[in-house]
Design a protein around this ligand. Structure first.
Ligand SMILES: Cc1ncc(COP(=O)(O)O)c(C=O)c1O
Length: 437
């Protein structure tokens, strides 16, 4: 670490809330481009954390940068409703061309948590019902309403009770840790019984406004919900007039190899929340719904000062063009398959690797106790991430116990960059395995 990098950290510790400044790996950086970041320690790192699955087009994509610069000279802020500007309208039109069929109206906000709270407000508003169901292990943000739906780690909720009322949790279909000890191919989706039990024992369906689910559970462990499960959820919610909300904040904008996980799984929700990858790192999010639903959310029922900011809209429009013109969805699928093949072979060779799963370039690598093959092994994850970092690769953990490594390169990653990152990861896994963790 150069004196300058160290100095930044010392200064940050004095002036910035610990909750914001302490995380992994907290590397002081000068700049970033594509899959790489330049540290003040003089090292160039491969970043396979992608700004927490946000810079899907890579850091500082030149077309995104140019769009933001250009827009900054014309209009930086509205707000929407007081001023109307073309980037907002054009973005909504263009997004409507890539969102799942029928989901073509947008309420723009700034962050993922805001979109989640907006979606819940919308569902309650149009159904007139109070209850919301989320899934144990899910992550939907940390603001007061969103954290009531978040159960990936209890520390996110500690000391904040009472949280928003009317929220019920049922288990997420996390197949590697199936509470019934069943196997996905033969289980008959037994875990879906939790929905029936919820309706029979806890809350009647006509009191439920919405179910909210991440099609691939993110922070809670990078676990894809089985396709059948999502189909069953679609059926039961439609039957009872309940809104199905897909939180696509992490799975959206090509991350799973299609534009949205809804496309990957072939299930269309009533409402979608999007953020992160939408604007390549500029703050923007949206509640997405069909005209029937959105038109019942009348003026003034919700609002925002910065949501749909012109700079973010310009970045989002450039992002959509880059995703399409650079064939990044195809690349995400191809590189995802390449990574999966490599990582599955690692799982065969190293008992430390308990499971490798995911879609496109959203892959989870779950590390387990080498002896019993099942117990979560967060200490090994910490050691592997530290080895990777020393080898110039930035990765980030997830899972309730920190037992999973997220593998989320930018969608612009080349085969060469991917292989470089994977070989650093393999060396780290080999070393930690040999150390007996
Ligand atoms: C699925 C999901 N929902 C919601 C959020 C919250 O987004 P934000 O941190 O922008 O509020 C996140 C953030 O990681 C997320 O992954």
């Amino acid at each position: 670490m150069t004196a300058r990098g160290a100095d930044w950290l010392a200064r940050a510790e004095k002036t910035i809330s610990a909750g914001l400044v302490y995380d992994w790996p907290n590397v002081p950086v000068e700049k970033a481009q594509g899959c790489r970041v330049w540290g003040t320690d003089g090292k160039v790192y491969i970043d396979f954390c992608s700004g927490m699955a946000s810079v899907n087009t890579g850091h500082c994509h030149p077309r995104v940068v140019a769009a933001v610069k250009d827009q900054a000279e014309k209009l930086i802020h509205g707000p929407v409703g007081v001023l109307l500007y073309e980037p907002l309208v054009a973005l909504a039109e263009e997004l409507g061309g890539v969102t799942p069929e029928g989901l073509d109206q947008f309420f723009f906000l700034n962050s993922g948590s805001e979109a989640v709270e907006g979606a819940v407000k919308l569902a309650r508003y149009v159904t007139g019902r109070p209850a919301v169901v989320s899934f144990v292990g899910g992550f939907h943000g940390r603001t007061m309403g969103a954290v009531a739906l978040t159960t990936s780690k209890s520390k996110y909720r500690r000391h904040y009770e009472p949280l928003m009322g009317g929220v019920y949790n049922i288990p997420f279909p996390y197949c590697f840790r199936c509470p019934y000890g069943l196997q996905p191919k033969t289980c008959g989706t037994r875990c879906f019984d939790a929905v029936t039990r919820l309706f029979d024992n806890v809350v009647e369906p006509d009191e439920v406004a919405a179910f909210i689910i991440e099609p691939i559970m993110g922070e809670g462990g990078y676990a894809p919900a089985p396709r059948d499960y999502l189909g069953m959820l679609r059926e039961v919610t439609s039957r009872h007039g309940i809104m199905l909300i897909f939180d696509e904040i992490q799975t959206g904008f090509g991350r799973t190899g299609r534009m949205f996980a809804a496309d990957t799984f072939g299930v269309t929700p009533d409402i979608m929340t999007v953020a992160k990858g939408i604007a390549s790192g500029m703050p923007l999010s949206a509640v997405v719904a069909g005209r029937d639903t959105m038109s019942r959310w009348t003026a003034g029922a919700h609002g925002t000062t910065f949501g749909g900011n012109p700079l973010s809209c310009a970045a989002a429009r450039a992002t959509l063009r880059v995703l399409e013109e650079e064939n990044l969805l195809d690349n995400a699928r191809a590189m995802g398959e390449r990574a999966m093949t490599f990582l599955s072979a690692l799982a065969d060779r190293y008992p430390l690797v308990g499971d490798v799963r995911g879609e496109g370039l959203m892959i989870g690598i779950e590390l387990v106790d080498q002896a019993d093959g099942q117990a979560p092994n967060p200490k090994a994850v910490e050691a592997v991430l530290a080895e990777c970092f020393a080898g110039g690769l930035i990765l980030y953990p997830c899972g309730t116990y920190g037992q999973v490594i997220r593998f989320i390169p930018p969608l612009v990653v080349t085969a060469r960059e991917l292989d470089q990152g994977l070989s650093v990861l393999e060396r780290a896994i080999a070393k930690v395995s040999a150390g007996g963790r």
